[in-house]
Design a protein around this ligand. Structure first.
Ligand SMILES: *[C@@H]1O[C@H](CO)[C@@H](O)[C@H](O)[C@H]1NC(C)=O
Ligand SMILES: *[C@@H]1O[C@H](CO)[C@@H](O)[C@H](O)[C@H]1NC(C)=O
Ligand SMILES: *[C@@H]1O[C@H](CO)[C@@H](O)[C@H](O)[C@H]1NC(C)=O
Ligand SMILES: *[C@@H]1O[C@H](CO)[C@@H](O)[C@H](O)[C@H]1NC(C)=O
Length: 475
């Protein structure tokens, strides 16, 4: 007994860390409210699908005393009305979803024909099928490229009541075998409903799920990997899909040197969907753009508003640091601002901050356009990040709260860096920052399916992730 336990313990220890899956960079949660909305939309689609049901002609014969064998047939069956008044979707933990429809109603019509001896006759019939109940299971999965899938399972259909009315002068005759006709029509319909439901799922829902942008291209440099990391998980209260949620460089993908922290969403359920965007998603963006050399920004004199007195030239800077104008009289300058390390976002309850380190390399531009280095500054900055959601995109906005300047290197001899405070603050706040904010304003796409719009968005920072909640509109 003991050795068995030891063995199991060893097994758990051996398998544990290896099988423990990585944390997601992004989580999508659909609540019961969201499923109910999806169900309503699904019922609209299913209703249309049921209208398309084509029932086969059917025929039979019956022996009637005195008259003999009567042959009957039904043809030109058409659906005239479909109503799906009651339905519900329930969560089956660790299994999937179950959709049940009750009290559905279908009305159809067609033509009948009877033939016996040398007589034949025909007429119309009208059929009311009431109390239809349908139950279908949906199992959730993910395909080879990480898109969600749904497959119908265990469909069943039952018809409580069927009522057929024949018109025509020989209606009385066909009424004699009313029961067998009703049961024939009942089984013909029961056989058609489940395939129709399954068709509806396969032709409407499945293609919609395939529109998840598993790779959302952002620009020439990067894209976001929104692929599912496994099957969605179903609990008693919601469906969770764990997505990779990672920026990657289009030209060559490499894994960031940090991993996603655990992400566990709070139990909110007032809205239809919740999204958890990990710090990891944003930091992988920082990593990708920094390693691609995309976080470099040049400032030249023509970018500086006319009313700012400290022009980007050696005479203006010479007024602060005299060596500059002595060594390089009357020349324009250029600043190259770059980020030597990946900027990382820090999300804590109530606050989002980013503390990028910036390097500012100043150059004098020689008459032949060559650049000569003057000095290198290192800036330690801190900014508050405001996040918004607009048309399915996360938008950001930075507000600088701190800049600390240090001289890293000088090619023009020693000088006190505090002389540059005003100029540097101005360049960073008025030239760099608005451009960064323009880029952040464009935003990054959320992993949304086609035709899905979000409303009533709430955004709340939690430890290491941002929670977005929203209602959904499909259309
Ligand atoms: C910035 O200036 C450097 C040096 O002149 C140049 O190599 C680089 O292409 C410029 N970068 C941008 C983004 O303009
Ligand atoms: C440099 O800036 C000063 C103002 O500070 C301006 O008067 C001068 O014309 C500028 N020189 C060049 C070469 O642009
Ligand atoms: C948010 O960050 C700012 C700036 O760093 C700080 O002053 C403030 O106290 C922070 N608030 C919370 C709730 O952490
Ligand atoms: C530009 O001029 C400087 C100094 O006169 C010289 O050292 C440099 O080689 C020149 N660069 C080019 C590209 O001609």
């Amino acid at each position: 007994m003991e050795s068995v336990q030891t063995f199991i313990l060893i097994l758990i220890l051996a398998l544990g860390p290896g099988t423990q899956s990585e944390n997601p960079g992004f989580v999508v949660r659909i609540t019961q409210k969201g499923l109910d909305y999806a169900r309503q939309q699904g019922m609209i689609a299913l209703q249309k699908e049921l209208w398309k049901i084509q029932l086969p002609d059917f025929s039979g014969s019956y022996h009637v005393d005195v008259i003999g064998n009567v042959h009957y047939s039904f043809h030109s069956l058409v659906i005239r009305n479909v109503q799906l008044p009651g339905s519900q979707v329930s969560l089956l933990p660790n299994v999937g979803l179950k959709v049940t429809i009750s009290g559905a109603f279908i009305q159809l019509g067609g033509q009948w024909k009877v033939r016996y001896a040398f007589i034949s006759n025909d007429g119309d019939f009208d059929l009311k099928v009431e109390g239809i109940s349908i139950s279908v299971g949906l199992s959730l999965g993910s395909d080879a490229i990480g898109r969600p899938t749904v497959s119908p399972s265990d469909c069943s259909c039952h018809i409580a009541d069927i009522d057929v009315h024949f018109s025509g002068s020989f209606g009385w005759l066909i009424n004699l075998f009313h029961d067998s006709i009703e049961s024939g029509l009942r089984s013909a319909l029961e056989d058609k409903i489940c395939p129709s439901v399954i068709d509806s799922i396969n032709s409407q829902l499945e293609p919609l799920l395939q529109t998840l942008p598993v790779t959302a291209k952002i620009d020439k440099v990067a894209a976001i990997d929104y692929s599912l990391m496994g099957r969605p998980t179903v609990t008693a209260d919601y469906v969770d899909a764990q997505l990779k949620g990672e920026f990657f460089e289009l030209s060559h993908r490499s894994t960031p040197p940090f991993s996603p922290p655990p992400l566990s969403l709070p139990d909110d359920h007032d809205l239809m969907v919740y999204f958890g965007a990990s710090e990891y998603l944003f930091n992988s963006a920082g990593f990708v753009y920094q390693s691609a050399g995309a976080l470099v920004f040049n400032v030249t004199d023509d970018m500086i508003p006319k009313d700012f007195s400290i022009r980007l030239n050696t005479s203006a800077f010479g007024a602060l640091i005299p060596q500059i104008s002595k060594m390089y009289p009357d020349m324009l300058m250029k600043l190259q601002i770059s980020s030597p390390t990946s900027p990382s976002l820090n999300i804590v309850p109530g606050n989002l901050t980013i503390s990028p380190v910036l390097h500012i390399q100043a150059y004098a531009i020689l008459p032949n356009s060559s650049l000569v280095p003057l000095f290198l500054l290192e800036l330690t900055t801190q900014a508050l990040v405001k996040v918004a959601m607009n048309v399915g995109r996360i938008q950001g906005h930075l507000e600088l709260s701190k800049i600390q300047i240090e001289l890293k290197h000088s090619d023009v001899g020693p000088f006190s860096v505090s002389l540059l405070n005003m100029a540097v603050n101005y360049y960073v706040s008025n030239i760099l920052l608005p451009r960064v904010n323009d880029i952040l304003q464009k935003g990054y796409p959320f992993p949304l399916l086609d035709h899905i719009q979000l409303s009533d968005v709430v955004i709340k920072p939690y430890q290491h992730f941002l929670l977005f909640g929203a209602n959904v509109h499909y259309g």
